[in-house]
Write a protein that binds this ligand. Structure first.
Ligand code: RP5
Length: 280
């Protein structure tokens, strides 16, 4: 499921200048590209100004080599390695594990090298169409695309706590506006999020990636069984999400970054397990 060639990471982002064009053929680092002239870009929001310090979650412009060497990458799948062990440092600078992106610098990403996220894949069968699988998606404020309600793993947070918190913040704004509802719903969400099935750990083909900074994630599946009251939870977009909704899982569905590939893997695995149960 890890992309062999990234596409989104070579494409446009609304907050980015134009990247230099990189063809499929010239994307892998092993292919020599003598005339490669990537755009240099670090978004001003990552940098300190005279009136405000840099955000706490962003790196300094220069990070000591030892600190970079010991950073953990999930880009080798289920094995977590240091950047040094994964050989992702070239001349002391982190290098995108998939290939060229047409941009150097950090873009909008706070960390040099891997930036870690967690993505909850929450599914149900549509109560009105019992064979139609659906997944909770949000509409992202930055690109306007439909996406999983994932988010960055902040310092001091774990992947399980990020999965839960991001889902509540981005897909269940109702929790904030309705305290009566929230206690019961929160308890149910907590129970649902106790039983996740890991789906993916690795590189994300994210439009913010650069040659030196990129997204990695752990995607975890949570299924709501038919008849469970959670299947009717009141979705509402919050935080970075304009809206939240149940979306039909269909062949060729389009989602932000590499999200559709993981949802597709969930569908295939659910169908396989259902087939095995039917044969048993
Ligand atoms: C994607 O960016 C991840 O898969 C995750 O969904 C998301 C995290 O970034 P923010 O939504 O916090 O911007 O690469």
């Amino acid at each position: 499921m890890a992309p062999v060639l990234h596409r989104r990471a070579r494409g446009a982002h609304p907050a980015y200048p134009k990247r230099s064009t990189v063809s499929d053929k010239l994307t892998p680092w092993r292919v020599v590209h003598a005339r490669y002239a990537p755009t240099v870009f670090c978004h001003p929001s990552l940098l300190a100004t005279a009136s405000k310090p840099k955000p706490a979650w962003a790196d300094d412009v220069v990070v000591p080599l030892k600190a970079l060497q010991s950073r953990i990458t999930w880009s080798r799948g289920r094995r977590s390695l240091t950047l040094k062990a994964a050989r992702l440092l070239v001349d002391g600078t982190p290098r995108n594990p998939v290939g060229r992106t047409g941009m150097v610098g950090r873009g909008l990403l706070g960390k040099w090298g891997p930036n870690h996220a967690a993505d909850p894949i929450v599914t149900r069968y549509d109560p009105a169409r019992p064979t139609q699988l659906q997944v909770v998606t949000i509409k992202r404020r930055d690109t306007g695309e439909d996406a999983l309600p994932g988010g960055m793993v902040d310092a001091g947070q774990t992947v399980p706590s990020t999965l839960r918190d991001e889902f509540k913040q981005e897909a269940l704004r109702t929790l904030e506006g309705n305290p009566g509802l929230s206690a019961e719903l929160e308890a149910r969400i907590d129970r649902l999020f106790d039983k996740g099935r890991p789906v993916y750990q690795g590189y994300v083909d994210d439009p913010r990636n650069t040659d030196n900074a990129w997204m990695e994630t752990q995607a975890v599946h949570f299924h709501i069984s038919p008849g469970d009251p959670m299947a009717d939870m009141p979705l509402a977009g919050g935080d970075d999400a304009v809206s939240a909704t149940w979306t039909d899982v269909t062949a060729g569905m389009r989602l932000y970054a590499s999200h559709a590939a993981w949802v597709d893997a969930v569908k295939v695995s659910m169908e396989r397990r259902a087939g095995m149960r039917a044969r048993a």
